[in-house]
Structure formats: C-alpha cells, structure tokens
Design a protein around this ligand. Structure first.
Ligand SMILES: *Cc1c(COP(=O)(O)O)cnc(C)c1O
Length: 384
C-alpha cells in the first residue's frame, strides 16, 4: 500500500507535471512576475468557470475576505455575523477592520451556520453576514439571502473550502459556491481544492461598481497610476501562481469528482456502524448517492459519538493514518475572540462538534486499498 497522506500534493503534481512545469517556465522566460498576462488569463478562465462577472485575484484567502469587507465600505462598530465553527481567518479580518464579530452556532448535520441562530443575532447594527461553506458544501444560501434582503445586509461568502461546489436553490437555479452573495472570497492555499504552489486568493462579484472598487483596493487604492483614491493594500496573485492555477483549473471538476468518489466509498463502508456519523450533504443523502454535486469534500469529517475521538486520533496515528481535528476549539473560546457577549449555552452544537469531529485523509489520489485500510481501522477501533 502507498503511504497514506492527509493531502497528497506530490502525487497530484506527478499527474500534471508537464503542464505545470511548462507554465512556470513560460513565466521565467518572460519575467512578467507581477500582474503579467497569466494573471489576467487566469482571471478570465475563472470568471468563465464560475459564471461570475468579475474575479479579482489577490494574495491569499484571508486578504480576499478582508478586501471584500473593505470594498463594501463597512465601518468600525458595524456588526458582522459569522459561524463559530470555522477557521480563524474568517473572524480575524472582521476584528482587524474594527468591525464587531458576532459568532453564532452551526447546524449539527452540515456544520454550516444555523439559520435560526443567525436570525436571532441580527440587530439594527448588523451590516453583513459571512456564511462559510465549510468542508466543501454551501451554507443554506436561500435562507441567508432571504434574511439579507429582509434586513438589508451584505452577504460575503467565505468560499475558501468549497470552490467548484454547486448550489441548487429551491426554485431549481444552480449556481457556483461563492457567486451568490454580494461578494465571495476564496483561497488557493496549496491544500485547498484548487491549490496553488504557494499562497493565492480571489474575490468574486457580479457587481460592476464593487469590482472596480476592489481592483483598486488590492493595488494600493490606485485607479490611475500614483493616484491613491482610497486606502488600499498590496495584495496580488503572482504570475507564477496564476500560471499554476490556470494549468490546474481545467482539472478542478475532475478533482471534485475524485474527492466525492472517495467520500462515497468512505460513507458506504461506515453505513450502520454504531457511534460513527458520516457527513451529511444538504439534500440529506449522506454523501453516498451517485448524483450529488453539492459537496466537494474539502474535508471528509466524521462525528465519533462515544467519546473515543481523541483516542482514535492517537490510534490512527499508530497505524500510519494521518487525520485532523478541524476545529478543536470554538472561536468564541479563543483568547483573541472571546467576549463577554457570548454565553456557552448559545453554542451547544459547536461545543459538541469540537469534541466529536475527525477528518480523514481526503485528496485526489486516494485509492481503494487505502480507503479500505482506513475505514477498517476506524470501524475496528470505534465500533469493535
Ligand atoms: C483557508 C481558509 C481561509 C484563509 O485562506 P488563506 O489563503 O490561507 O489566507 C479562510 N477561511 C477558511 C474557511 C479557510 O479554510
């Protein structure tokens, strides 16, 4: 058996080595390292893929979120509601801009923001909602967009983990994750579903005026050379990363299929096992139906319900199976984001998830032998 890795970037590289090397070499030959033609070409390709009017490439996913919020003109003291159960970058940029983060609980099945908790958290000071499409599937965007319309709020999608995922609305309209709110942000961190070979990120919007504002902010607030109209930042996607991403983008759907395929095999193996809950997709098919395209499985995350999660992590480690706990501490209990506004009883789901979740190896190169070895090890230990 091949050595099992949490993320197998090396194996994936071997399959696309020629295209990627040629793309990188072309940048080396032209020396167009910053804002070269590859950046614009990638931008166009991604706009086409996502069906969105504007993609604004930038340096990383955290910047993408920050710049999105700057572009909306949010002001210090404005309240921004987001999920308690996410990577810290989401809340970090809210705090950094002196906006007031309002953390709310999540749904136990999808791990995404809980709509009732979200609605309860809306006050006259609320200006924006930041749904995080955690682990590869969209939050309930129909409900979120309806609430946003009702209360006149911006929606900033944190799409770092769900690029390529589809979202089907109740009326049947299908759209790509990250393109439904006023603005979306994604990350091309190497281990993300569309990963560069370094840092990278992008902002998406269908709003022409906002796109114009954002393009200035990423480049020192300049709309005309050496005219600084707004306070900006320096956040660019470099040409080498754009070339790598441009070579990988045509493979993204195939990468998503392979992740879904691995997820289905995992879930099928866990059917009926006591104390192991497999991840649920929004349409309730438990990730094992053959038609579902709503989840791109950035992570494949189980819930272990008999208190054995921590010892399972250790056990799998001993068997040569890497795994991860995303996330071990709710944001409302992190030193940087703790606040007297938060009460433990408002976060029953997140508080339980941090004790139960475990993410298994998930990438495009997993094979059946590895999946069988992993599922057997989990079942033997948890249910055996
Ligand atoms: C990875 C990630 C980010 C940040 O992306 P970087 O490119 O690492 O800055 C933001 N939000 C979520 C949910 C992420 O998973």
């Amino acid at each position: 058996m091949k050595k099992i890795q949490m993320v197998d970037l090396g194996g994936q590289y071997q399959a696309i080595k020629e295209q990627v090397n040629a793309a990188i070499e072309s940048i080396m030959e032209t020396s167009a390292f910053i804002n070269g033609p590859e950046v614009h070409a990638f931008q166009r390709d991604l706009e086409d893929y996502l069906g969105v009017r504007h993609v604004i490439p930038c340096a990383n996913g955290t910047d993408a979120l920050q710049i999105a919020m700057m572009g909306l003109g949010l002001q210090p003291g404005d309240e921004v509601i987001t999920a308690d159960f996410t990577f810290a970058a989401t809340v970090e940029v809210i705090a950094l801009l002196r906006l007031t983060p309002v953390l709310v609980d999540v749904d136990p099945d999808t791990f995404n923001i809980d709509i009732n908790a979200l609605e309860k958290a809306i006050t006259p000071k609320t200006k924006a909602i930041v749904p995080v499409h955690l682990f590869g599937q969209c939050a309930d965007m129909d409900a979120i967009l309806a609430l946003a319309r009702k209360h006149d709020l911006y929606v900033v999608e944190d799409n770092a983990q769900a690029i390529g995922a589809d979202h089907t609305s109740k009326d049947g309209t299908k759209r790509k994750a990250g393109t439904m709110g006023h603005v979306g942000a994604t990350s091309f961190f190497p281990s993300k579903n569309l990963g560069a070979y370094g840092d990278g990120g992008a902002i998406f919007t269908n709003d022409d005026a906002l796109a114009h504002t954002l393009r200035g902010i990423v480049n020192h607030g300049m709309y005309e050379r050496y005219h600084h109209d707004v306070v900006g930042v320096n956040s660019r996607l470099d040409s080498i990363q754009a070339a790598v991403l441009r070579a990988k983008l045509p493979k993204l759907d195939d990468y998503c299929d392979r992740r879904r395929d691995a997820a289905r095999k995992y879930s099928k193996a866990f059917v009926g096992q006591p104390n192991i809950l497999v991840p649920k997709t929004v349409n309730g098919c438990e990730g094992i139906c053959d038609t579902c395209d709503c989840h791109v499985f950035h992570q494949y995350t189980l819930k272990i319900t008999n208190g054995k999660r921590d010892s399972l992590v250790k056990h799998l480690g001993e068997k040569g199976i890497p795994c991860g706990v995303y996330y071990p501490i709710p944001l409302h209990r992190q030193k940087a984001y703790a606040d007297e506004r938060y009460r433990e009883e408002d976060f029953p789901v997140t508080n339980q998830l941090v004790e139960e979740v475990i993410s298994l190896p998930m990438h495009t190169e997993l094979d059946d032998v590895q999946i069988a070895y992993i599922t057997e090890a989990v079942i033997d230990y948890v249910s055996g």
